[in-house]
Design a binder for this molecule. Structure first.
Ligand code: DC
Length: 223
């Protein structure tokens, strides 16, 4: 096997992780894995099945039955649950407002962490993996770890415009609620790994953030 590189990109919602991780993967010809999409796809499947999301045991049992498939091409990342292309519905309000509860269930995390490690193992040249716990739990030995942040205003504006409206205040509240749930849960909470490089993208363009991560990869390859 050639030298495989693993790039972990973590950070709160709306910090620009997806655009950055995809951009880095495209630039370097690496695979790309959106682990948030996996938590969202499980949430979509559980909502479809009418599972009571407050019942952690029921959530864990039903999640184990869902067949997930993640396509890792950064030009066209795909996500399927039980053979259904769910790339659109997983971005809807229903999934977005319920995903943090599902992602806090330890058995769901164990299931997805295993699937994520399998995808990392199967990537030949390497992979850029984005999420909340990649540098801390999924791939603690990744040679490049980035923790991407942006101020709350910038994140809310970005998310609101992605969603096609300009109500940044409502978006900021929703993001704050989700960050709180993601950071305060017992199982692998959102937190910066000690050896992750902190990048604040508030005043940087997307290309500048991508440049910074690519430079870290080149440095790691030269070590
Ligand atoms: O990045 P995103 O907004 O698509 O993530 C959706 C949710 O999934 C988010 O609220 C936190 C959770 N998540 C997680 O707990 N661990 C990950 N590695 C990725 C996402």
């Amino acid at each position: 096997m050639s030298s495989q590189i693993v790039v972990a990109v973590d950070g709160p919602s709306g910090s620009g992780k997806s655009s950055t991780a995809r951009g880095v993967a495209r630039r370097l010809g690496l695979a790309y894995l959106d682990t948030g999409a996996m938590y969202r796809a499980i949430t979509w499947a559980l909502l479809e099945r009418g599972v009571d999301l407050d019942d952690a045991a029921a959530v864990a049992a039903a999640a184990a039955d869902v067949v997930l498939r993640s396509g890792t091409d950064p030009v066209n990342p795909t996500i399927e649950a039980d053979g259904v292309d769910v790339s659109e519905p997983i971005r809807g309000a229903d999934v977005t407002s319920n995903v943090s509860v599902v992602a806090a269930v330890p058995d769901v995390r164990a299931l997805l962490v295993q699937a994520q490690r399998d995808a990392i193992r199967d990537s030949l040249d390497g992979i850029v993996v984005e999420g909340r716990d990649i540098g801390t739990a999924v791939a603690p030995d990744a040679p490049v770890k980035v923790y991407l942040v942006a101020d709350a205003d910038a994140r809310a504006r970005r998310r609101a415009s992605e969603q096609g409206h300009d109500d940044a205040d409502a978006t900021q509240e929703a993001l704050a609620r989700r960050d709180h749930l993601d950071s305060s849960r017992a199982a692998s909470p959102l937190t910066k790994a000690d050896d992750a490089v902190l990048i604040d993208g508030t005043f940087l363009t997307l290309d500048e953030v991508i440049d910074a991560v690519v430079a870290l990869v080149e440095e790691a390859r030269g070590r």
